[in-house]
Design a binder for this molecule. Sequence first.
Ligand SMILES: CC(C)(COP(=O)(O)OP(=O)(O)OC[C@H]1O[C@@H](n2cnc3c(N)ncnc32)[C@H](O)[C@@H]1OP(=O)(O)O)[C@@H](O)C(=O)NCCC(=O)NCCS
Length: 501
Amino acid sequence: MSDQDKGKAPQREGASDSGAPSKKSSSSKKNLPPKAIEALLDMNPALKSELATMDPETAAKTIANLDLDQMLTGLSINGKNQKDMASYKFWQTQPVPSFEDQKNKKPVAQGPISIIDPERVPKTPGPLVDGFEWCTLDLTNDEELKELYELLNNHYVEDDNAMFRFKYSQSFLHWALMSPGWKKEWHVGVRASKSRKLVASICGVPTELRVRGERIKVTEINFLCIHKKLRAKRLTPVLIKEITRRCYVNGIYQAIYTGGIILPTPVASCRYYHRPLDWLKLYEIGFSFLPHGSTKARQIAKNLLPSNPEIPGLRPMEVKDIDAVYDLLERYSLRFDMNQAFTREEIEHWLVYKEQPGKDQVVWSYVVEDPETHKITDFVSFYNLESTIIDHSKHETVRAAYLYYYATESAFTENQAALGARLQHLINDALICAKQEKFDVFNALTLHDNPLFLEKLKFGAGDGSLHYYLYNYRCAPINGGVNDKNQPDAKKMGGVGVVML
Ligand SMILES: CC(C)(COP(=O)(O)OP(=O)(O)OC[C@H]1O[C@@H](n2cnc3c(N)ncnc32)[C@H](O)[C@@H]1OP(=O)(O)O)[C@@H](O)C(=O)NCCC(=O)NCCS
């Protein structure tokens, strides 16, 4: 499988292959002075933490043998898997900005790239290769939900080393794909005509974004997946064109999607961070490393958390909190260049867990109710997304909590130190709650105000970035919370306020 096949993968904590000595080419071997090496490693914490697991002699040898070109590629957050525009045979035909557009420093006229004439949108799907046919999945039918689950469970996103694969549960898919206003036609599948087997999918749900004050109706695209045996046959462009057609037919001309690979052209790029909750398990499965000179006991102690949340008044969110959370999240979201214009109904759907027979809990939300005023001052949420551990004798899955939406009144005090201090408490309590719920790791991106707490709360830099894309919409680049060195940076906040599943 080529690197192009990997999307928003569950990447290992601080791991990197970019230093593989066997890939060294003599032309790129350079003797860098120690200061330059240090600067390069500071920019590439994944590699740095891999080197930290080695004894000094091996680390020195590894550095001496490093392929500088590879090391530099690893540095460039926006460089991973990037080809030049002419090589994107499909994407260069689509209404998306080119890399050149994005580099151009001239002010960007924000808005749709192409104006769609509804009359000219084909009423029927385009042709598929012989032996396959289009289908619309009925996800209210448990059998079809299970088919999608099985396709994804076996063929969806893996990390670069094929150690982990996302395992979206059936309850998760139910939650993610049947949000308010969902449309059956946007759950697109491809079946093998003879066997009826589901071999590919691409799905969308409707929502509204605000991009620098402009409201746009969009489809959130997700779960693009092709059976491993049907890869590299140019089926992706066919799937994308079909869901685009189905969106156009419904009068939606823009979309938002994310991925771990570079396509033309990210509007924003965020970096993954991971906070171990069960360090030993993460170590056993090869997700976390033992830094050189440390011990397992020390790593376990370092990641220990109090047994109970500490903010007075923190409790699970209930239906009665929806209005307060809606109001708080709305005000908080408006601080970001790109944010989701939630409706009250969406808040209820996405944040409030209601027990249902046969369904597992997917989202956990907590509010802080001031013990004196009873006002809701903060809220925080996370969702459960497990990954299969491929070929491991002891552990089958890793249970990951992903930080979802949160908001706090402290954001409106104009005092970044106070906001940072409050978020450290709030997110630390979320870590404690996730630990109580038996999660192994807590993941977060550098979006929202996350740079204010990630490192303080012992989140480690991951290998992966998540790139945000807008379809048929042009706007100036949006900050993803990281600087040129790919480090979380408070000066680069205020950009991304949308969390995609
Ligand atoms: C991603 C996946 C569908 C691509 O399939 P593939 O068989 O490798 O690629 P195809 O031959 O069908 O199509 C190639 C085209 O799709 C584009 N493409 C590849 N991955 C893409 C993605 N995640 N999103 C959008 N376009 C993508 C390629 O850039 C290429 O177009 P180009 O010529 O303009 O560069 C497949 O690898 C897969 O199912 N992977 C696991 C799940 C996954 O990563 N999903 C994406 C989550 S973001």
